[in-house]
Design a protein around this ligand. Structure first.
Ligand SMILES: *Cc1c(COP(=O)(O)O)cnc(C)c1O
Length: 367
């Protein structure tokens, strides 16, 4: 049998992309807010139910620019249970990350612990909707309001996720998205910042284009974060397939859920509210009662050419550039530590065949 990875990017039929490429070749407008870029910003905003969006060449540059746009300084409270880019964006801005432990059910920042970590140097909270599960946005906003902090969401996993009937991307001051090949919606590489007003979008648009406000005016030391016409064209075509992709993910997630719910020692995350999630990942926790350790199961699956991933292990706070921080001390992050030692993300992607999925399930249930 062929190798099964934790994810496999979705690609629309190649012949459907050719007319987009022909248009780019004819017009020779390759980047700098071209017509595909403008169309994607508008169509994607409508699809996601957000008012202002600025497209980026990838999610990490979007994150770094978002912090610049809000002029974040000093300490920023964030989660150790995420992809490294979240914390790296703080170091690139010379901000000081302060790690706070996660909630044992959602694996997102625990608001009670956030409040306890605030100091006079704190300027912002950088939270992540991990696996697309919404953070406790109400409590985080309350805390941000009381202490006068900015609230930024790394929503790289939360494409199309809603919460209480509204896009989760409308929460906080800003959200960022990633359209990397491994994400629910991909433009090979890509990303976006979602914000709530025209003035902030304007500043973000200047910042992603070297700070140019017009031909002769540079208003800030901006960066080159622009999405190209090639990426934007692919995004437009992907939009035709996104509902189908998310529906397939849901079918696969439901099948795992049914098949694994009674396996002793396997803990599943609670299913999100109907129609609100995106099933971007399928994490399971391998608990003490299971016959194998997490790493033994990980290896067993590899022997069968199934490449599950330990997202997120190690914790970001354990990497060399962070582990010296006092907030990185594992004793202060017991929930994150335990989850990172038990978690395994199973393969989930629109083209995952049922036969492959059943094989994965059998290996897990037959130990
Ligand atoms: C993928 C990801 C990013 C980075 O996005 P890129 O588009 O790959 O730069 C940031 N944060 C999280 C949580 C991610 O999963």
């Amino acid at each position: 049998m062929t190798k099964t990875y934790v994810t496999q990017p979705f690609l629309p039929p190649l012949e459907e992309f050719m007319p987009y490429l022909e248009k780019i070749w004819q017009e020779k407008w390759l980047t700098n807010n071209g017509s595909f870029h403008r169309q994607l910003e508008s169509k994607l905003s409508d699809y996601l139910g957000v008012s202002h969006m600025s497209l980026f060449t990838n999610g990490t540059i979007a994150l770094i620019t978002a912090l610049q746009a809000l002029r974040i300084t000093g300490e920023v409270i964030t989660t150790p249970y995420t992809f490294v880019a979240t914390a790296h964006s703080l170091l690139w801005n010379k901000n000081n990350p302060v790690f706070v432990d996660i909630d044992p059910v959602t694996f997102n920042l625990d608001p009670d612990k956030v409040e306890a970590a605030i100091t006079p140097q704190t300027s912002a909270i950088l939270a992540v909707h991990i696996y697309g599960t919404p953070c406790d946005t109400e409590k985080l906003q309350q805390i941000a309001d009381i202490y006068g902090l900015k609230l930024i969401y790394d929503a790289a996993h939360a494409f199309g996720v809603s919460h209480n009937g509204e896009s989760v991307l409308n929460q906080g001051d800003l959200s960022i998205l990633s359209f990397h090949a491994t994400k629910v919606f991909n433009t090979f590489e890509g990303g976006a910042i979602i914000c709530k007003d025209e003035k902030l979008k304007q500043r973000i648009d200047y910042l992603k284009n070297f700070g140019f406000a017009d031909e002769v005016t540079v208003m800030a030391p901006g960066i080159n974060g622009k999405m190209s016409e090639f990426q934007a064209a692919l995004g437009l075509l992907q939009l035709d397939y996104i509902d189908q992709c998310i529906a397939s993910r849901k079918t696969i997630a439901n099948h795992y859920r049914e098949a694994l719910k009674e396996t002793i020692g396997i803990r599943l995350l609670p299913a999100g509210a109907e129609g609100e999630g995106n099933d971007s990942y399928f994490p399971i926790l391998i608990e003490k009662e299971y016959p194998l350790s997490r790493d033994e199961l990980y290896k067993k699956l590899r022997e069968h050419d199934i490449y599950a991933r330990r997202y997120f292990y190690p914790l970001v706070s354990d990497f060399p550039m962070y582990r010296g921080l006092s907030s990185a001390n594992a004793e202060k992050l017991p929930v994150a530590k335990q989850v990172s030692e038990q978690v395994l993300c199973l393969p989930i992607y629109p083209d995952l065949e049922e036969e492959h999925q059943d094989k994965i399930i059998r290996i897990i249930t037959e130990q």
